[in-house]
Ligand binder design. Structure first.
Ligand code: CP
Length: 326
């Protein structure tokens, strides 16, 4: 167990080593247990957290806000439109100023080609730790909440468990690609056999895919990429299908929509779930396009753990904040 993460940023999935993530998970379960016992956890009393949003959120905002309160800190919800950013506050000024006033800064900025760069520039200037609540490249807190959920359902030793991260059809909008990116970077470090399934146009960054293959090789696990959703689902322990934009193929919204609409059959239904193991779990970070991306029968069915994922983000956010902002 690592005992000192004070002052550390958590922006990319790989900012924390496997041992450091094991520490985050240990602390998250401890905080979850204490909350179940109604024990107070005032590890950040009299501290303050800036939560800066450039993009909407239900779960992540709620998790960070409640986490700060449970730890005794004050969460400040700040939307970019309510700041002076559009009138000239630069990334470095935001980092230097918010980092002096607050004890931690959490940011969501998903704009393609902009978000990750913005968060890193803030972090460079901030004396306080910076947390990534989702950018165009990564969603590290989501992936740790998912990892925590998988371990609760399948045991802490995930070696040789088969996990499928699959693209799925959705028509609401070109969803960020950060979750599959973070999935392929993080999950192979924990020994799972990972299958990445997507139509060709929904490829991920090649360096991320190469990195995933290298982690799998080092861990003696498997990492495969396929364009066959049904083949991928066969005998899986964990099914994680969600939509993302064809952003590595085109940043043009209309062209992206035209590509997405070719793959309406990439929906998760009972027939596809039956290809996986009988005790397979269905995961989705939400929000989902119901009966387009996944049928009600699956997302509301007995194999679905989507609400556990959402709840566990509270404990992962609490753990990282308690460890880095103390
Ligand atoms: N999964 C997720 O990040 O949800 P929100 O966009 O509601 O925060």
């Amino acid at each position: 167990m690592v005992s000192d993460l004070r002052g550390r940023d958590f922006i990319s999935d790989l900012d924390f080593s496997v041992e450091e993530i094991e520490t985050v998970l240990d602390v998250a379960w401890d905080l979850k247990k204490k909350r179940a016992l109604r024990e107070p956890t005032p590890y950040l009393r009299d501290k303050a957290l800036a939560m800066l949003f450039f993009f909407s959120s239900t779960r992540t905002r709620s998790a960070f806000e409640a986490a700060a309160v449970h730890l005794g800190a004050h969460p400040a919800f700040i939307e970019d439109r309510t700041t002076q950013i559009s009138h000239g506050d630069t990334e470095r000024e935001m980092g230097a100023i918010l980092g002096r006033i607050y004890d931690g800064i959490a940011i969501r900025h998903c704009d393609w080609g902009i978000g990750n760069r913005y968060i890193n520039l803030v972090a460079e200037a901030s004396p306080a730790p910076v947390m990534n609540m989702q950018c165009d490249l990564y969603h590290p807190f989501q992936i740790l909440a998912d990892l925590m959920t998988i371990m609760e359902k399948k045991g802490r030793n995930l070696r040789r468990k088969k996990m499928v991260v699959s693209w799925a059809y959705a028509k609401s909008y070109q969803k960020p690609i950060s979750i599959p990116n973070s999935m392929v970077l993080q999950m192979p470090r924990f020994g799972m056999d990972l299958v990445l399934a997507h139509p060709p146009e929904f490829k991920l960054r090649q360096d991320f895919v190469d990195q995933a293959a290298e982690f799998a090789r080092k861990n003696g696990s498997a990492f495969d990429v396929t364009d066959d959703m049904e083949e991928a689902f066969k005998d899986a322990d964990i099914i994680y299908p969600k939509s993302w934009g064809a952003l590595e193929t085109t940043a043009d919204a209309e062209e992206g929509k035209r590509i997405i609409d070719q793959y309406k059959h990439w929906i998760v239904d009972d027939r596809k779930m039956a290809l996986a193991k009988e005790d397979a779990i269905y995961m989705h970070p939400l929000p989902a396009d119901r009966n387009i991306e996944v049928t009600d029968s699956v997302i509301d069915g007995p194999q679905s753990v989507v609400f556990d994922e959402a709840e566990n983000k509270l404990y992962i956010a609490s753990a990282v904040m308690a460890l880095t902002m103390a």
